[in-house]
Design a protein around this ligand. Structure first.
Ligand SMILES: [Zn+2]
Length: 333
């Protein structure tokens, strides 16, 4: 098929079956390409991402990186079927030393990043912003269930790379991820910019597991002369990878391009099925009662230390909500 049309996004005839032309922001669209045994999800974020990032007034590179982490969390967390929680966090030695995305199924997102402004330089890649450390993904299904945590090392690569590494090592599912974040200017002169993002997860899930063999990563520091056995990847997965590799950032971010239309562009020659889209929203789960509860678990001396100008003020790191307590309310003796 690709021999006739090397770039599958370019077709000189109109699609036979018109997909929905209406772009839906802040949603995750699950899809399947049956003939290739591919399954995936496509995220489009607009106002909710803008809300998550604008509250903090992050420098642009930090906002972009956190946006990528948010998209990745929607791609991975939206497969949770229960009323659980998916937490993605990084802890590294780069200019962005910590970031966290907390996704509460089915649709609530909150996030924040810690960074050192003095170490930010123009043109730093996501990998350079992060530096070395690890990415942790935690699935929390409530107090009666076992917590699951997956860890992957970060060493100068970005979040896409870390996701590939995670699925290769831990899940052994052939997986490709694309993440894109950008700014959109609206309202002409004096208008403000809005953050937008998009991402795609593509996985190869054949019925017979031996078809899912993957070429291993480069052995790195293996002694010279080591014979690395070469694994032939399945043709369907080779095709899937080459298709997702053609997705451009602008296609993932474009407010006028619906997810269905993008999927159709990519996979129409094989036939793509989409399922109901899952809405996402920016919403913090903090509350005055929860903050008071947290204060009550502090040591009395620590609570006393928090009194400034006759009150205890706690700011939620996720949403910047400010909670004020009198010393008595905060349990200070
Ligand atoms: Zn909050």
């Amino acid at each position: 098929m690709t021999s006739q049309s090397p770039d599958p996004r370019i077709t000189d005839h109109p699609p036979e079956r018109a997909p929905s032309a209406v772009p839906i922001d802040d949603s995750v669209l699950p899809f399947e390409v049956g003939p290739l045994d591919l399954r995936g999800r496509l995220t489009k974020l607009g106002p909710s991402l803008d809300e998550l990032l604008a509250k903090h007034d992050y420098p642009v590179p930090v906002a972009k990186l956190l946006g990528e982490a948010i998209v990745l969390a929607t791609l991975l967390g939206s497969s949770l079927k229960f009323d659980g929680r998916f937490i993605l966090q990084t802890q590294t030695d780069g200019p962005v030393s910590f970031l966290i995305v907390d996704f509460q199924a089915p649709d609530r997102l909150r996030a924040y990043a810690r960074y050192d402004e003095s170490r930010l330089e123009p043109g730093l890649s996501s990998g350079a912003l992060l530096g070395s450390g690890h990415l942790a993904m935690t699935i929390d299904q409530g107090p009666d269930m076992r917590r699951y945590q997956g860890l992957v090392a970060l060493d100068g690569g970005g979040l896409e790379e870390a996701a590939h590494e995670y699925f290769l090592r831990s899940e052994q599912i052939p997986t490709r991820v694309r993440l894109a974040v950008g700014e959109e200017w609206r309202g002409g002169e004096g208008g403000r910019h809005h953050w937008r993002a998009g991402g795609m997860l593509l996985q190869f899930l054949p019925k017979s597991p031996e078809r899912a063999r993957q070429a291993d990563l480069h052995p790195g520091d293996a002694p010279e002369g080591t014979v690395t056995h070469t694994v032939e990847e399945d043709d369907a997965w080779v095709e899937g990878q080459s298709l997702i590799a053609t997705v451009e950032d602008i296609e993932l971010i474009d407010p006028d391009l619906s997810g269905e239309r993008l999927l159709y562009r990519l996979f129409h020659e094989r036939g793509v099925r989409v399922f109901s889209s899952l809405p996402m929203k920016a919403e913090c789960s903090c509350s005055r009662a929860a903050v008071a509860g947290m204060l009550s678990r502090f040591a009395p001396a620590d609570r006393a230390d928090m009194v400034k100008d006759g009150k205890v003020v706690v700011t939620c790191e996720f949403c910047s909500s400010v909670y004020e307590f009198t010393p008595e309310e905060a349990g200070v003796e």
